[in-house]
Design a protein around this ligand. Structure first.
Ligand SMILES: [Zn+2]
Length: 163
């Protein structure tokens, strides 16, 4: 057996991250400062995504982001950075509403769809009631709903509604 190929860990040789080899993370490059090994931004702002940090910095400010990340558990930081990047991106696209514009639009669509759904359900139950009341003897699996000749509405008329 030869010796372990891995030397004893030391703070300078264990990690050959990009910030250690001279290529700073996107944040440090933007801020024109030396990217330290313990740079809080380095894991989340890789050098190949410069716009991500530029947006976050423009909207939130680097010191606020540093403070926020340091207050979070390391496990939560990536999610926090991703949400900050999304919020910043949306704020720059829409200076008035930011991501709130998208949220309220989606909430409006959701409410509209819920209204449409309950309307469709009540129409369906009305049709179902009238269909089953006129044909009490022939109830198939769908309670007469799919019975081609069943119901008060003529078959041809139904098709014209569907098509
Ligand atoms: Zn850095």
């Amino acid at each position: 057996m030869i010796g372990s190929p891995f030397p004893m860990p030391s703070s300078t040789t264990t990690k050959t991250t990009t910030n250690a080899t001279g290529s700073p993370c996107a944040a440090c490059k933007f801020l024109r400062r030396k990217c330290q090994l313990d740079c809080v931004f380095a894991p989340y702002f890789p050098p190949d995504q410069p716009q991500k940090f530029a947006n976050v910095h423009k909207v939130f400010g680097a010191s606020n982001v540093t403070k926020l990340l340091n207050e979070l558990h390391p496990m939560q930081r990536e999610d926090a950075v991703n949400s900050l990047a999304y919020e910043a991106d949306m704020r720059l696209r829409d200076p008035v509403y930011g991501c709130v514009g998208v949220i309220s639009l989606l909430q409006h669509q959701l409410r509209q769809l819920q209204i449409d759904l309950s309307l469709a359900r009540s129409q369906l139950s009305k049709y179902h009631q009238s269909s089953s009341s006129s044909f009490t003897t022939t109830t198939n699996f769908f309670g007469g709903f799919r019975e081609p000749t069943a119901g008060a509405v003529p078959h041809e008329e139904l098709w014209s509604v569907i098509q």
